[in-house]
Design a protein. Structure first.
Length: 502
């Protein structure tokens, strides 16, 4: 599977509505997860007194819950997001191994390729809790590398299932499963098979993952491996590039907790994504959720930059939940739609803010487009006009006539929708980057203030008739006339509504 770093058809970042389209294709993702599976146990109860034997609390257990952890939690997150996943890992011949096997088999979307090794304990972490407070954690595990028989069993399980997956996730929790022999064999075989490999590292030497397509270290891991602080964007970029050299891969995605993500791709500028978390309840398991979402999005055909944005959004939902939590596909869709509504509100700006935004876009070397009108009822002609206008520029500003201006131009019965309703509808249109209002009969003053590079109007005008066309051309811009679709106009629609059918 070839990794697309960016969507070459795009001239701007994807909207949340466009990201939601990718989420709806998550069912097409086929992922193979290989790594350290863990059983997470939570013993929860009440504490009313201290022990007379020692200054420690006495816990009376009321609940004993078991969940999938480690690589198994990555698989669980993939399945919850709607992808299909095969899980390869090691369990022991013990009750914890039986619990993991049962949880995997009863989770829709996960296929088990677990290897049972007698004499090797299943990794189990038991947390003793009262309310949201953890009193004690008991770890039962070995971190010894797999022996020869275990290594062969794991690599055989990988070989047997490699053809059923497009994306491979190496979930390393430093419990011995992804030892040198296993890592070397898997990375060599996946390279031969042309598979996309995501490695979530735990080793301080990233060279161990050489051959992985994408590395996903957190801020601490990248600092230990590169000896570069990743507190700020520039340092995170530099640390990511050092890590990229170590792996020889195509990308490094550095997760930076409250500071968001930094995506470093070979021969491209770094992409810094601020966190999308609205509130943080618990960061436990957020890294697994992020890696799972990244894998599912890539498996569904997203470009890496799009997959990183979706992973960022999914992790933001995860940390808002207490404990190690999964995120469903519907939760992600709901969050994207909510954020899109918020973004829609942010698109509506006054003239001063619009001037500042246009100036910022110009400083970044972006081509700014401008269209104007009443846009009382959006119809297919408007959609075509906006789409072609956006194709002619990098950022599109739409100026709407205020209600008073519309009345002067169209008569006392117009507009049908007030200016804020029209602005909200216009801001929800994907081609539109900014919406502002003008009260004059023409947008000439606004054009002078915003200095657009492209002025767009319908083809029922000539270039000479377009208000402000001469100004835009005087500073090196151009006027674009868009062919109108016959039979589509707000006035015509109103007339048909008012005329009874014969």
């Amino acid at each position: 599977m070839k990794l697309s770093l960016i969507n070459s058809s795009r001239t701007s970042p994807p909207t949340d509505i466009e990201l939601a389209t990718i989420v709806r294709a998550f069912h097409a993702a086929r992922v193979l997860v290989i790594g350290d599976v863990i059983l997470d146990r939570y013993v929860t109860g009440a504490v009313h007194r201290l022990s007379p034997e020692a200054p420690i609390p006495v816990l009376r257990p009321a609940d004993n819950r078991r969940t999938l952890g480690g690589a198994a939690n990555v698989a669980l997150n993939i399945a919850t997001l709607g992808g299909q996943v095969i899980l390869v890992g090691v369990i022991g011949d013990d009750s914890a191994g039986e619990d993991i096997e049962r949880l995997v088999q009863t989770t829709p979307g996960i296929s088990s390729a677990l290897v049972r090794i007698a004499g090797r304990p299943t990794t189990c972490k038991t947390r003793f809790m009262t309310g949201s407070h953890q009193l004690l954690r008991l770890d039962e595990e070995t971190t010894a590398p797999l022996d020869r028989a275990g290594l062969l069993a794991v690599t055989e399980a990988v070989e047997a299932n490699l053809g059923a997956a497009d994306v491979i996730v190496l979930s390393d929790y430093a419990k011995g499963v992804l030892c040198d022999g296993v890592l070397d064999a898997i990375l060599s075989r996946t390279a031969q098979a042309g598979r996309l490999v995501i490695a979530d590292p735990k080793r301080p030497d990233f060279a161990a993952y050489r051959g992985a397509t994408i590395l996903t270290p957190n801020e601490h891991e990248v600092r230990v491996a590169t000896r570069i602080e990743a507190d700020h964007d520039a340092e995170a970029d530099r640390a990511g590039r050092v890590a990229l050299q170590a792996t020889g891969g195509e990308a490094v995605l550095v997760t930076r907790s409250a500071k968001g993500l930094t995506l470093v791709c070979r021969d491209l500028d770094a992409l810094h994504l601020p966190t999308r978390a609205r509130e943080v309840a618990d960061v436990s398991g957020a890294g697994d959720t992020l890696v799972a979402a990244l894998a599912v999005a890539l498996g569904a055909g997203a470009a890496l930059s799009e997959a990183a944005m979706l992973a960022n959004a999914t992790a933001g939902i995860s940390v808002s939940k207490p404990g190690t939590a999964t995120v469903s596909r519907q939760e992600l869709l709901d969050a994207l739609h909510l954020d899109d509504l918020v973004a829609t509100d942010r698109k509506v700006a006054g003239l001063d803010e619009a001037i500042e935004k246009a100036a910022e876009w110009h400083r970044r070397g972006l081509k700014v487009g401008f269209a104007n009108g009443c846009f009382d009822l959006i119809h297919p002609g408007h959609v075509r006009l906006l789409s072609e206008a956006r194709a002619a520029c990098d950022r599109l500003i739409v100026a709407l006539n205020t209600d008073a201006s519309v009345k002067r131009l169209k008569g006392a019965t117009r507009p049908l929708q007030n200016e804020m309703a029209r602005a909200t509808v216009m801001a929800s249109m994907a081609p539109v980057d900014l919406v502002t209002l003008f009260d004059e009969d023409t947008p000439l003053e606004m054009i002078q203030a915003l200095r657009p590079d492209v002025l767009v109007k319908g083809s029922d005008y000539t270039v000479e008739q377009v208000v402000g066309g001469d100004l835009v051309q005087s500073w090196g811009g151009k006027v674009v006339l868009v062919s109108l679709r016959e039979g589509h106009s707000t006035t015509g629609t109103i007339r048909r509504m008012a005329t009874p059918a014969a």
